[in-house]
Design a protein around this ligand. Structure first.
Ligand SMILES: *[C@@H]1O[C@H](CO)[C@@H](O)[C@H](O)[C@H]1NC(C)=O
Ligand SMILES: *[C@@H]1O[C@H](CO)[C@@H](O)[C@H](O)[C@H]1NC(C)=O
Ligand SMILES: *[C@@H]1O[C@H](CO)[C@@H](O)[C@H](O)[C@H]1NC(C)=O
Length: 547
């Protein structure tokens, strides 16, 4: 146990150091020397295993040189992302990158699809692609979304069930993630769904109406608004802007079938069948006291939906705060814990009238949890929003028990790295063969794999509880990441570096035992970064952070 713990800290230190030193050791041949030396001194190996280990060192070294040569010319891609892909898929990437320049909505999707047709989706799925997938069970891209609705006025994309990507994600399977895009002036038809939901507006301006029993709540919404929609609440909304699209990211927790929700259209139309028209005519006649013919033509005359184009006048009328005063306040379905700040109502803005919980030149973190916005308590979720300054990074940290469901909402490029024990221990040996440094760990303790992936707008990534993570903004813009942290109750965030890192809490003896160094040396490492939570990124430290 002690040995394990110690190893754990060593690895932790190594990974933290690696972020600063830029893996300098990996640069020179001494690395190969070091590696083979390591093989020879492993007491638990017999001669054959030692030979095998040495062979792997050489293989690794050679592959690494090749990869470096390939990367010459400016790619700054995280390890394991590009390296295993060939020319065809590079073309695909290039093509898709061009698409990114387009508007974020439908056009881009079409462009991406064309690229895939041209350069082949299969490419990603062939052996290496598939291997890559297996090793990155935590990352979801465009193709992991399925389009549920698409009309000229908007679209809804639903992310695949988490466990469909990997069994490792079944812990969050009760949640689903969806993105709604409503074009300028679009009206989204009245609907309700069998899921509790949190909507977060990531771009644009809208007005949303919620029907609570005999009251109508009206909210003018904008970027940063977090809206609570209890299961079954009828809602409808408009994008009240003339030019900008309205983007809403939704976290859903279905109440009937875990991980599966259904949307019921309360008015309907051709493409969105109304809940009314499913009943038999006799029933409708009796229920509405109206003849079947009239009802038939009434319900069939709508030929659009679930989006429609609203006129300027309609938008103006609907976005007026007609119910303001009263309607925003409605009884919560649970008692308000004593002494809490009363923030009833269905929405809360992440940015407005509040300070970020972390802020310096290198980034800002905004958070809203159950303490600030009670409805979040029902889903046991906290919403956070990180704005990482371009070229900067977040501190490596882990959440004690919350799992992060993160989506990149603004920016152009970045990447994340995560220490992950599951992937290396569960899956293939050949991955391990890429890194002989992990070879000897097989018997002696936990084995972590670095999971890394490039981040672009709409990339979704999952960070399980207790997994150390770091995110870096490498592009020309700030990287803005929206996160739902689920299982937030009693969660603690532990920074591994920078001000407040948890190693500073160790007493002298523990520092010395855990790191096998004098306390001053331990402190020198753990106190040299005195920024908190956001730091200058690896490039500003002379580059070469990941290779
Ligand atoms: C690259 O991928 C394509 C598509 O699967 C394949 O046809 C081609 O043979 C691959 N090339 C190399 C060098 O692996
Ligand atoms: C929606 O209506 C506006 C004017 O109200 C018009 O300019 C626009 O082209 C319409 N959009 C569609 C897709 O019909
Ligand atoms: C992120 O930071 C940039 C630069 O400071 C700022 O312009 C932008 O508004 C910020 N985004 C949010 C959502 O606060």
């Amino acid at each position: 146990m002690a040995a394990k713990a110690k190893l754990c800290f060593i690895i932790l230190v190594i990974s933290v150091l690696a972020l600063y030193s830029g893996c300098a050791i990996a640069k020179q041949d001494p690395e190969l020397k070091q590696c083979t030396h390591q093989c020879r001194v492993q007491q638990q190996y017999d001669e054959q295993q030692k030979e095998e280990c040495v062979r792997k060192c050489e293989e690794y070294h050679r592959e690494k040189k090749e990869r470096e040569a390939e990367k010459e010319g400016g790619g700054h891609e995280p390890d394991g992302y590009w390296s295993e892909e060939n020319q065809t898929s590079k073309k695909l990437k290039e093509c898709q990158r061009q698409c990114e320049k387009l508007d974020r909505g439908g056009e881009r999707q079409v462009c991406v699809t064309r690229c895939q047709q041209k350069w082949g989706v299969k490419d990603r799925k062939d052996q290496k692609g598939e291997e890559y997938e297996k090793h990155n069970p935590y990352v979801f891209e465009d193709r992991h979304f399925s389009t549920k609705v698409q009309t000229e006025h908007g679209r809804v994309d639903l992310l695949t069930k988490f466990s469909d990507k990997s069994e490792l994600l079944r812990g969050i399977d009760k949640f689903r993630l969806a993105v709604l895009v409503a074009n300028p002036n679009a009206f989204v038809f009245p609907n309700h769904f069998d899921a509790d939901a949190i909507f977060v507006v990531t771009q644009g301006f809208g007005t949303i109406k919620l029907i609570h029993e005999d009251k109508r709540e009206s909210l003018n919404i904008k970027k940063g608004d977090v809206i609570w929609i209890p299961a079954g609440t009828p809602i409808y909304f408009i994008n009240r802007d003339n030019n900008e699209k309205l983007f809403i990211v939704k976290l859903l927790k279905p109440v009937n079938i875990p991980g599966q929700h259904e949307v019921f259209f309360d008015a309907g139309g051709e493409r969105a069948k109304s809940i009314f028209t499913t009943f038999s005519t006799e029933i409708l006649e009796a229920a509405f006291k109206t003849s079947g013919d009239k009802l038939e033509s009434f319900f069939e005359e709508q030929d659009q939906g679930p989006f429609a184009n609203a006129s300027k006048e309609q938008i103006e009328a609907m976005s007026k705060h007609e119910e303001s005063g009263g309607a925003r306040i409605w009884p919560l379905p649970f008692p308000l814990p004593f002494g809490r700040h009363d923030t009833r109502g269905s929405s809360f803005n992440l940015f407005e009238n509040r300070r970020p919980s972390q802020s310096n030149h290198y980034g800002q973190l905004f958070e809203v949890g159950p303490n600030e916005f009670e409805p979040l308590e029902i889903l046991d979720v906290k919403v956070t929003y990180a704005n990482i300054t371009r070229g900067c990074m977040s501190a490596p940290f882990f959440n004690s028990k919350a799992t992060k469901i993160a989506i990149v909402v603004e920016g152009d490029e970045g990447y994340f790295e995560m220490a992950c024990p599951h992937v290396s221990s569960k899956s293939s040996k050949d991955r391990r063969s890429h890194d002989p440094r992990s070879f000897g760990r097989e018997k002696s303790g936990p084995n972590y794999q670095k999971i890394s992936s490039r981040l672009r707008p709409d990339t979704v990534f999952i960070v399980p509880a207790s997994h150390p993570l770091v995110t870096v903004a490498t592009g020309n813009k700030n990287l803005e990441i929206l996160c739902f942290e689920v299982n937030i109750k009693d969660n603690v965030r532990y920074p591994l570096a920078g001000k407040g890192n948890f190693v500073q809490q160790f007493e002298k003896e523990a520092k010395e035992l855990a790191f096998n160094k004098r306390e001053e040396e331990v402190d020198r490492i753990f106190k040299s970064q005195n920024e908190e939570f956001f730091f200058p990124g690896p490039r500003q430290h002379g580059g070469r952070a990941y290779e």
